[in-house]
Ligand binder design. Structure first.
Ligand SMILES: [Fe+2]
Length: 279
């Protein structure tokens, strides 16, 4: 296969052409894997695959992650179908976040396959967390070195968009370093969410945490740290939750969108060492 990688923006994101994920060989997969590490989010265009083929491609990365609170398709439980009907108002994932920060070992990557998309609208935004971290002052970096976030799934948060399964009750909270070291690239990056599932900073009150988290979100989502993915039917995106936040844009009232989502198992996040160096 002759693979073409076209960056989407100056900081992150790439479109990939010339790959058929249904018949991908090991060497091409290695190039795609490296592109994910380099660009954070990759979009494999013009795919025509079955749920079984999407699952097989996802398994090349790692074991699949079963969502703790959402059920999958009846015949393919690894796939969560995200449907937004024309008359629905809210949007699934319509705030800045990294997937499953509220679990002890969040998904390494998320794979979204576009089955049905509006002619315009419904794009997804991504932001590079290592780039955002590097742009902080030395004083802020030092202050954050020992800070951890405290997250717990918020089942009362306003959500809509239909899933193929039910949202059930969450269990334990998760505590993660706010500066996360990427286990493959070794780049440190901010590891945060807008305050929904992220409740507060560990050991601090909500009142103390809110201005810090709000500042970091505002900083980390500056336009120059972002890219925007425009979906077409057959687009298969993979993004690296260890180095990005993302946000689904809810700007297509009256139109329908159907996506097939798989999440891939990740490790337990780790931060910098006591001295602020890479461990
Ligand atoms: Fe998400």
């Amino acid at each position: 296969m002759s693979i073409e990688i076209l960056p989407l923006a100056g900081t992150l994101g790439a479109d990939i052409h010339g790959v058929d994920v249904a018949t991908i060989d090991d060497a091409t997969f290695e190039a795609v894997h490296q592109a994910l590490l380099d660009h954070g989010v990759i979009v494999l265009r013009d795919q025509d695959i079955t749920p079984a083929q999407q699952i097989a491609f996802a398994k090349r990365w790692n074991d699949l992650h079963t969502h703790p609170y959402l059920a999958g398709l009846p015949e393919h439980p690894e796939i969560i179908e995200i449907i937004k009907e024309p008359d629905e108002e809210g949007g699934f994932g319509a705030h800045w976040h990294t997937d499953q920060i509220f679990t002890p070992a969040p998904a390494m990557a998320t794979m979204l396959y576009a089955k049905e998309v509006p002619a315009v609208g419904g794009d997804t935004m991504f932001a590079s967390m290592p780039t955002a971290y590097e742009a902080l002052s030395d004083g802020m970096k030092a202050m954050l070195r020992h800070v951890h976030t405290f997250s717990q799934y918020n089942k009362t948060a306003k959500r809509s968009g239909k899933m193929s399964g039910k949202v059930t009750k969450p269990s334990k909270p998760a505590v993660h370093p706010i500066i996360r070291v990427h286990p493959e690239t070794r780049r440190p990056g901010l590891y945060i969410n807008e305050m929904e599932n992220l409740r507060h900073l560990d050991g601090m009150t909500v009142e103390e945490s809110t201005p810090i988290i709000n500042y970091l979100i505002r900083h980390a989502t500056k336009p120059e740290f972002t890219c925007r993915v425009r979906w077409e039917v057959g687009s298969l995106a993979v993004w690296d939750n260890r180095q990005l936040m993302h946000m689904a844009l809810n700007d297509y009232p009256g139109r329908r969108r159907v996506m097939h989502r798989i999440t891939i198992k990740g490790d337990v996040p780790f931060g910098l060492d006591e001295a602020g160096d890479l461990p």
